[in-house]
Ligand binder design. Structure first.
Ligand code: LAQ
Length: 359
């Protein structure tokens, strides 16, 4: 393993030293830094005459596709309570769970040389180099399955004008029970045209063979990649938190982490649901555009709460971000300004808790 020389940017280093191709490994396990590293390479490195493989792992995170709805795809309540970040990537496709037991592989090429079959052959070939009798194969939707059934890898891609990347996951030893809990929505009654994920039964490679650990797999992957693409490269470790190496990368990471990108890019959707609050059945109807509440109506029995109180709450929710902290701030302000009888305050609080439960 080698580190990029001090005082040279990755671009200079890459383009001077590595004529045919390069194998990189990220030193970071931060999902936003690593997605920014992909973006940076895609935008700055000339891949017309060379190719690159980037290997990276993240600490626990959920990664949605560019055109997806996070409220529809994952359990945001659980993720918030466990401190698991949500990221929206630049490529399309469905939602996956990452942790240190999952390897991500990004294949950078010119658009002309973009070839997912070839890349997945590198992945399955490397696994077979480690364990020849492993039954792994690529499907026609570019998943890789183990024993013909269990998904161990999912694929997505980004095609630019002249350059492209194809990236995929590889489940070695991920927390499968956390994977399935976080990929289950806590939000009922969503109507949306966002890209839905395609859930599959998953397995870890280590369930099949405990010797298949992430570092052995990454070593085999690097060798196979070099053999397939016809060059020889050591694995170069790059640290995306070092701005001097990749000028502009911190801004890219900040953009990927911004609420406006992660949540605000969700295609317009609506929520039509009902819940029980303090013994009353309440209907909730909301439209959310760019992550902002555009319409809010509650169907509240009049004997339970005076209509003006419900209307006041709905109009306070209009125009705010569809997220618990903003709703909490709005409700706290309402409680402070309006003098509430204890009974009304309790009911407003219960409405608030139920609204937050769908966020
Ligand atoms: N880490 C991981 N690997 C493989 N399969 C997974 C994983 N996490 C969840 N899943 C399963 O795939 C479906 C979603 O499948 P679906 O086909 O909808 O989406 C994908 O596969 C997208 C792959 C994106 C790969 C990128 C590479 C670098 S950043 S993320 C989910 O419901 C689970 O059943």
């Amino acid at each position: 393993m080698a580190l990029v020389k001090k005082n040279s940017t990755l671009k200079e280093y890459f383009e001077d030293a590595w004529k045919a191709g390069i194998v990189l490994k990220s030193a970071s396990t931060d999902v936003f830094q690593n997605l920014a590293l992909e973006d940076w390479i895609h935008e700055h490195i000339d891949v017309q005459q060379r190719s690159a493989l980037l290997m990276w792992r993240n600490s626990s995170a959920v990664v949605i596709g560019r055109h997806q709805n996070p409220w529809q795809e994952c359990n945001l309540n659980l993720m918030r309570s466990m401190g698991i970040p949500l990221a929206r990537r630049r490529s399309g496709g469905g939602t996956v769970f990452h942790d240190l037991g999952n390897i991500n592989l990004t294949f950078f090429t010119s658009k002309k040389k973009y070839d997912r079959h070839r890349n997945l052959r590198v992945v399955t070939g490397a696994l077979k180099d480690l364990r020849p009798d492993l039954d792994v194969s690529a499907t026609d939707r570019f998943d890789i399955v183990l024993n013909g059934v269990y998904k161990i890898s999912g694929t997505a891609a980004k095609l630019g004008r002249t350059a492209a990347y194809h990236h995929c996951t590889l489940l070695c030893s991920s927390d499968r029970s956390l994977l399935s809990s976080v990929l289950q929505t806590n939000c009922k009654g969503i109507k949306s045209n966002a890209t839905p994920s395609v859930p599959s039964p998953v397995k870890n490679l280590q369930d099949e063979d405990p010797s298949l650990d992430p570092s052995a797999i990454m070593g085999a992957m690097a060798s196979r990649y070099c053999a397939e693409f016809g060059f020889d490269s050591p694995v170069i470790t790059v640290d995306p938190s070092v701005e001097q190496l990749m000028p502009g990368i911190q801004k890219m990471a900040a953009d990927l982490q911004a609420w406006e990108w992660v949540y605000g890019r969700t295609p317009k959707f609506s929520i039509c649901t009902s819940f029980m609050a303090e013994g009353a059945n309440i209907g909730l109807d909301m439209d959310i555009k760019n992550g902002i509440v555009e319409k809010c109506a509650m169907d509240i029995p009049h004997h339970w709460l005076p209509p003006e109180v419900g209307k006041e709450l709905c109009s306070a929710l209009m125009g705010i971000r569809f997220c618990p902290s903003e709703v909490a701030a709005v409700v706290a302000a309402l409680m402070r300004t309006a003098s509430r009888a204890p009974d009304l305050a309790k009911k407003t609080q219960s409405l608030y808790e139920n609204v937050v439960a769908v966020m």
